[in-house]
Every structure is written in C-alpha cells, then in structure tokens.
Design a protein around this ligand. Structure first.
Ligand code: XMP
Length: 516
C-alpha cells in the first residue's frame, strides 16, 4: 500500500518542522522539502496535499526563495501559511503589500464564513499567533476572504482551484485550535485516511529493506542509544541473520553499559552482536590528552579503525558486506537540506562513527523519515524494552568529554561510580523521563575535606541536569533539594576519591550541555 503523503515546502520558517509534526500526530505522513525542489520531485511523491510554510522573506525581496509557481497548478489541495499566503497571492495575480503595522504575537481572528471547509467545527472567533510584516492587499481572481484580524486579512480560499491560505500560524501551540484547522485540511479537504500508524510504518519499512537488500549482508554500529538500537531491530526484523551489529566498548561508556546493552539487544531481542572490548586501544589513544577537540578526534579516528577491522573480519566470514545501517533521523535530514544558512561549528564531531571511507558501503537509514518521539513509538511497537527507548542522549565520545583534563582508567572508574548514583537517584525520584540529560562531570580540582577524623584531599564532581527540546538550547533543571542532597551525600560517601559535589546552574547558551 502506497503511503499517503502531505508535502510541506519550506520557505525558511522556524516553525516548518512543527507543521510536519502536527500532521504526523494525526497518523498522516508528511515530508518537508526545500521550496526550491524541482516540480518533478514533488510529483514523484504523488502528494495528497501541499502546504507552503511561512518564511522570513518578502515576496518582493531580490533573494526571495525561488520556488516554482507550478506548485500551485499540481491539482492537489494547497494550504499556504503566512509567507505561503503571500506566495499564492503574488503568483496568482494579486498584490502583496508591506503592512502599515507589523503584526507579531497573539491576535484574534474573526471567521467570516463558518461554512468554509477549513473552519469546520471552529468557533467564530479564533485565538491565533501572527508573525508577519507583509499582507495581502488585492486578492487574485477567484479568491475570496474568509477571515480577518484587527489589522489584516487572515484567511482566503479558492474552492475551485482547491487553494486555501491563512496569514496566522496554525501549527504553533499559541494557536490553541490550530490542530483542528490542520485536521480540516488534511482530512476534510485532502481526504487523508489517517493510517500512518507505527504498525504501517514497520510493515512498509521492513518490506522495503527486504527488497533492497536481497541476499546481501548488512552491518550496523550499535551505540546503545535509542536510534541505532531501533534501526538495528527494524533491519533485523527484515533480514534476520543477514545483519551483524558491531558494538564497541570505547572505554568511556557508562558503568555496566557494555554488558547491559548486549543483554538487552542480544538476549531480549535476538540481535546478532559482535561485541568488541577495545577499551585499552581507546584509553591508550587518550593518554596524556587534555584538549577536548583532540579527545573527540582521537576517539572518532579510533572508532573508525576498530569498526573497520571488525567489518573486514565479518566480510571475510560472510563472503562480503554490502550495506551499512545508520540511525539518521529526520531533523538531521531537514537540517542538511534546509534553506537556512550554515550554522557555526561549536564542537566538532557530534556524530562519532560514520562510514569507514574505504569500505564504500551502501547506506540503509530506516529512521530518516522520523522524529525522535516517533522512533520511540516505533520501538515500543517492536517490543523493545523501556530502558533502551527512554534513555537520555549520551555523547559519542562518552565520559571522555565529562572528565576534564586527562582521561585515565582511574578517573573513568570514579566518574562511572558518580554518574551511576546521579542517574539512579534521578530515576528513583521519578524525574528521569522528564529531564533531557542528567549526569556527573569529573573536575580535576582537588579540595580538602574531612571524613570521620580523617583529612581528605580529593576530586570534585559537578552534577548537571538540563531541560531541552532538541539539545540546541537548554535550561538547567531546578532539581528538588532533597534529590540534590541524596546525590551529594551518596557520591561523597560511596565514591572514594571524590569529596566535594557542586551543581551546575548554567543554561545553554551561553554554556553548553557537556562541559567539553
Ligand atoms: P553541547 O555540549 O554541544 O551538547 O551543548 C548538545 C548535545 O549534543 C551531545 N553531544 C555530543 N554527541 N558527540 C555526540 O554524539 C559529541 O561529540 C557530542 N558533544 C555533545 C550532548 O550530549 C547534548 O545532547
């Protein structure tokens, strides 16, 4: 069964991904494409409907995004949002003006025709979020106004051409009934079936992988995190023993992680895993290194070397490896094709691993259409344990970027103990799932303490807990005093070598989540 798809063309709005999410929440598949995508590519997807996003430009700007006006004549229903509305008006013969008053923030919209399909079931007055400078002055022939705000026209339609457009943003939560409007578009106007469920996704993905791979052999690097685990389980469901997973102990994993990931994925889910304990190789590379970027680079290079060795061995045993599974997610895909400019690199190597260049394997990316929470939903449907699916993000270079100064086996062991206490206490306070990341950092700062009658001189642990949506920005979490108290007292009492605990109260920006 073909997947019904709503195509969203991205004109550069910061809310574009939200439109996709709102649609997917209704069990309808949607993809975001740059607005400059060739018409043929849109047609090839056989879209059920098209949404034109907002964007920062004015249609009269010299550098206004160069979308093909042919998108308005595909014959499928179109919904323009903000800039999308201006695009429609401008390219169909109307006039867009610079509004006398910029409208930004909460606004009230008066619906003028409540029989309009877009507004079915909505009240006559809508609370909405506006964010625009331009507005529609003169409508193109065949269009009529169906809603207004105090300062501007708020919605238009041309039923014959199947084109609708709104000046406000139905996708943001500041437009409380916006989801209903989007539902009206995808169900009442586009006629979506709402059958894009986890079960549907799993079935179609598994079939597609089987068809592509045939009798080929596939390898997958497991990190123990959500994405690579779900990707591996999906591929395993498709091709079983043709998949070999490689799980590398880089010496800077969390306490017991090397064993527990194997137990979860091999014993509980039946994956074929080659577990490589390369701790010594990695720790030898890290000896004497204190610079954060050098740590990342050494770990990255060593990972590729170890992975390469294992892949070569597997290729010898199986008669050749053809494919590599990667847990790429949708936000990475959009990010790399978006119309926005490149952002500055603050830390290199956010994804340790990657394709060993000389192997030139073909890629399987079963999650490249999904957002993180959708990956978790799929994982649940695949019967994966919550302790994998609910896991907080963990950086590729692991504890190495949480040990300031040199990474030695002794320091790794100290941090593993402290980290385990932080995670255990956060979990027992019922906070683990609502926090983006919570962990300990080992500082190379020694201070004096007293234990019993003994003077101590030992390291400091910093505790960090942050709330975040995507890791790009973050707020420090005000952990309850009781939880902080237990964490501090347990670390100082149970971890010999740490005698002081401090709490990091820095948000991002200006801080970063990891200390290195
Ligand atoms: P920062 O420290 O840049 O972290 O605020 C943002 C998010 O990225 C993770 N992170 C990394 N992940 N390799 C990774 O795979 C890295 O080198 C790396 N550095 C940071 C971090 O844990 C947080 O979720």
């Amino acid at each position: 069964m073909a997947t019904q798809t709503i195509v969203i063309l991205d004109f550069g709005s910061q809310y574009t991904q939200l439109i996709a999410r709102r649609i997917r929440e209704q069990n309808v598949f949607s993809v975001v494409l740059p607005c400059t995508v060739p018409l043929a590519e849109i047609k090839a997807l056989n879209p059920l409907g098209l949404i034109l996003s907002g964007g920062p430009s004015s249609v009269y700007d010299a550098d206004a995004p160069a979308a093909d006006p042919g998108i308005l004549a595909l014959g499928v229903p179109v919904l323009g949002i903000c800039y999308g509305l201006h695009f429609i008006v401008h390219h169909m013969g109307g006039k867009v003006l610079s509004a006398p008053k910029r409208e930004y923030g909460h606004a009230e919209v008066q619906i003028e025709d409540s029989t309009a399909k877009l507004f079915a079931g909505l009240p006559e007055v809508l609370q909405v979020w506006m964010s625009h400078g331009d507005e529609a002055g003169q409508l193109p022939a065949g269009f009529r106004r169906i809603a207004v705000s105090a300062n501007a026209l708020a919605a238009i339609e041309n039923v014959e051409r199947r084109i609708w457009a709104v000046q406000f943003h139905p996708e943001v939560h500041h437009t409380p009934l916006g989801s209903k409007l989007i539902k009206n578009f995808i169900f009442n106007i586009c006629g979506a079936a709402g059958d894009w469920t986890p079960a549907h996704f799993i079935e179609s993905t598994v079939n597609a992988i089987r068809d592509r791979v045939g009798k080929g052999h596939v390898i997958c690097g497991l990190s123990g995190g959500v994405d690579s685990s779900v990707a591996a389980v999906l591929v395993h469901k498709a091709i079983g023993s043709q998949l070999t997973c490689i799980f590398v102990n880089n010496g800077v994993l969390r306490k017991n992680e090397f064993a527990s990931v194997q137990k979860n994925l091999r014993e509980k889910l039946g994956l074929n895993i080659v577990a490589v304990d390369a701790s010594e190789r990695f720790l030898a590379q890290l000896a004497g290194v204190t610079d954060p970027e050098t740590k990342r680079k050494r770990i990255g290079a060593e990972f590729i070397a170890v992975f390469d060795d294992e892949a070569t061995r597997i290729a010898e045993q199986t008669g050749g490896v053809d494919w590599l599974v990667q847990g790429t997610l949708y936000p990475d895909v959009i990010e790399s094709s978006s119309v926005k400019g490149p952002s500055q690199t603050i830390k290199s190597h956010h994804n340790v691993g990657g394709l060993p260049l000389e192997m030139r394997l073909k890629l399987i990316e079963p999650l490249r259409d999904l957002f993180k929470d959708e990956v978790r939903r799929i994982g649940r449907d695949l019967g994966m344990p919550e302790d994998i699916l609910g896991r907080q993000p963990f950086p590729g270079p692991g504890l190495a970027v949480r040990i300031l100064g040199e990474v030695t086996p002794e320091r790794v062991a100290l941090l593993q103990e402290a980290d385990e206490i932080v995670v255990a206490e956060i979990k027992s306070a019922g906070l683990y799932n609502s926090i983006w990341q919570s962990f300990a950092v080992l500082l190379p700062v020694m201070s004096v303490g007293v234990m019993g009658d003994q003077r101590t001189y030992a390291y400091t642990a910093a505790v960090r807990a942050v709330h975040s949506e995507d890791g790009m920005t973050a707020d420090w979490t005000p952990l309850p005093y009781e939880v902080l108290k237990r964490i501090s007292s347990r670390i100082v009492n149970e971890v010999r070598g740490i005698n002081r605990v401090v709490y990091d109260i820095t948000s991002k920006p200006p801080g970063t989540i990891e200390w290195e």
